[in-house]
Design a protein around this ligand. Structure first.
Ligand code: SAH
Length: 257
């Protein structure tokens, strides 16, 4: 792409990609939580077909590969993340059964009833939870599983500041019972839900970002987009510490009926 054709969005995305590619995970999560969610899923074999949608650089995908048999396809919109994903798979010796491809979760390259498991940590919000669980269902075999983590409210009401922040960032954020009802309505048995522990946000997400922020700002000294990106992430971390009693990420595990 030439510089003349660059839109502000391309510009932003390249910064976002560079910033987040410096950390292992691009959303709240941890190896322990990935393994805990896997504990609700049975019947996986060496022939199982698994998709990890919005896989990022593959932090959670590699944990999946270490703990389940079968082949895994990671899909992400950003080529830089997929390059890092495939390098990670190679490094860990998973290149035969773990492949990352560039693609979009709203236009998946799978056949109907091809998959045993659809995984997606901190990414379904990109097309919205309700749309995602409905549209992805056809790719699962009967009895196949969906496991996604999603921002959720813990209470029926909350302080205005955090309500306003989330209504702007992701208006589809909702309470756990409402998300479970959407899952059931879409044709899944709601097998389990659990709240991700705080360390998924603090130690695994915001603390890792804090480690790379100074270097990122120095590299892009004087660049307003870079400064705004870091300021936004810092503000998010601050809001989390203020309002973590009212929201967090929740894993939703469903079995296709
Ligand atoms: N699952 C990873 C990444 C979560 S961040 C983790 O938990 O660490 C959300 C990811 O969704 C980003 O990698 C982003 O590039 C990806 N993404 C955004 N829109 C997408 C789309 N339409 N299709 C596929 N991936 C998308």
């Amino acid at each position: 792409m030439s510089n003349e054709n660059k839109t502000i969005h391309d510009f932003d995305f390249s910064f976002i990609c560079e910033y987040f590619s410096a950390i292992e995970r691009q959303g709240p999560g941890s190896p322990e939580v990935t393994i805990k969610a896997l504990g609700f899923i049975d019947n996986l074999t060496v022939d199982s077909r698994i998709a990890d949608l919005g896989c990022g650089t593959g932090g959670q995908t590699m944990v999946l590969a270490q703990n389940v048999p079968g082949s895994i396809t990671g899909i992400d919109l950003f080529p830089l993340f997929i390059d890092l994903f495939n390098a990670n798979a190679q490094k860990l010796g998973f290149n035969e059964r773990v492949k990352g491809i560039v693609g979009s979760m709203d236009n998946l390259p799978f056949k109907e009833e091809e998959l045993d498991l659809i995984w997606s940590e901190g990414a379904i919000y990109n097309i919205g939870f309700e749309r995602g669980v409905n549209e992805w269902r056809k790719f699962l075999k009967k009895g196949g599983y969906l496991a996604v983590s999603e921002a959720s409210w813990f209470t029926d009401s909350r302080p205005e500041e955090i309500e306003t922040f989330w209504n702007d960032a992701y208006p589809e954020i909702d309470t756990i019972p409402n998300k479970v009802a959407q899952l059931q309505k879409a044709g899944y048995i709601p097998v389990a839900t659990f709240i991700l522990p705080e360390n998924c946000w603090t130690d695994h997400f915001y603390a890792r970002q804090a480690e790379v922020q100074e270097a990122f700002l120095q590299k892009h000294a004087g660049n307003r987009t870079a400064e705004e990106l870091v300021a936004n992430e810092r503000r998010e971390a601050e809001l989390y510490s203020l309002y973590k009693a009212f929201y967090g990420y929740v894993f939703y595990i469903g079995k296709k009926i």
